[in-house]
Design a protein around this ligand. Structure first.
Ligand code: ADP
Ligand code: MG
Ligand code: MG
Length: 244
């Protein structure tokens, strides 16, 4: 069952075309990895799919669960089950992590008693080795890099999106934090049968994960698609052979 279909997507930033016609198809339960050198347009694809207004759609079509995605606003995309974990999560003073997650869940029609919510949240926080006191702290304010990433994965596990796009969720993390993030992503794979698009230029987070497809993006074009063996090849030989 196809969850995401990207067809000939062209995206521009500040009057410059960055993505030149990207094709991508993801089915339910599949994990795809998008790799590529710095500046290739990987984050641009993530932001465009999420509906960030800075990224202008210049052509192409995207369907999400069979519906046109590009005509939806950011909130509607999120309600439809799309989740994007940012490279640099923003700090939001005045909203606690717990309340943020609870209202995001309610917006997506996932309502439950506060008691049940808190119990579920505590369970997931324990799984991610997060101090439970963090649920009452302002979202990301004063969080370390690793804690911010854990907070993102906590949202992933609580919101149960049908497609999660993780952009460089592993960058700048120490070995232990990478392990925890990877464990959380594995848990999402196992329990929710959701689809994943993991954007990364490192491979540390992928070691423990089941990967179905790997795509290489260079200069705004998908230049290669393969299985998980491509990750090892890129690890050893870099992107050289993909760059013309
Ligand atoms: P990647 O994530 O693969 O490293 P990006 O999508 O961040 O690549 O960037 C692709 C190109 O688009 C780069 O040349 C970058 O400078 C440009 N770009 C991306 N976002 C912006 C932005 N908000 N403003 C200006 N240029 C941008
Ligand atoms: Mg193309
Ligand atoms: Mg990027």
């Amino acid at each position: 069952q196809e969850i995401l279909n990207v067809s000939q997507l062209k995206v521009g930033v500040e009057d410059k075309e960055i993505l030149h016609g990207v094709d991508l198809s993801l089915n339910k339960g599949e994990t795809h990895v998008l790799m590529g050198p710095n500046g290739a347009g990987k984050s641009t694809l993530g932001y465009a799919l999420m509906g960030n207004p800075r990224y202008e759609i210049l052509g192409g079509k995207v369907t999400f669960n069979g519906e046109d995605l590009l005509s939806k606003n950011v909130a509607e995309r999120s309600q439809a089950g799309l989740f994007l974990s940012f490279q640099n999560p923003i700090e939001v003073p005045g909203i606690t992590l717990g309340n943020f997650i609870r209202s995001s869940m309610e917006q997506r029609g996932k309502k439950m008693t506060y008691f049940k919510f808190k119990k579920l949240l505590q369970e997931k926080m324990e799984f991610l080795q997060m101090d439970p006191s963090y649920m009452d702290r302002d979202l990301n304010v004063g969080f370390s890099g690793g804690e911010k990433k854990k907070a993102e994965i906590l949202q992933l596990l609580m919101l149960e999106p049908s497609l999660a796009i993780l952009d460089e969720t592993d960058s700048g993390l120490d070995v232990d934090a990478v392990k925890t993030v990877s464990l959380g992503v594995e848990e999402y794979q196992k329990t929710q049968n959701g689809a994943l698009l993991i954007i990364t230029h490192s491979t540390r987070i992928l070691e423990a994960l089941k990967v179905d497809y790997t795509h290489v993006l260079v200069n705004g074009n998908v230049v290669a698609t393969g299985d998980s063996a491509m990750i090892d090849d890129i690890n050893e030989n870099g992107f050289e052979r993909f760059i013309k």
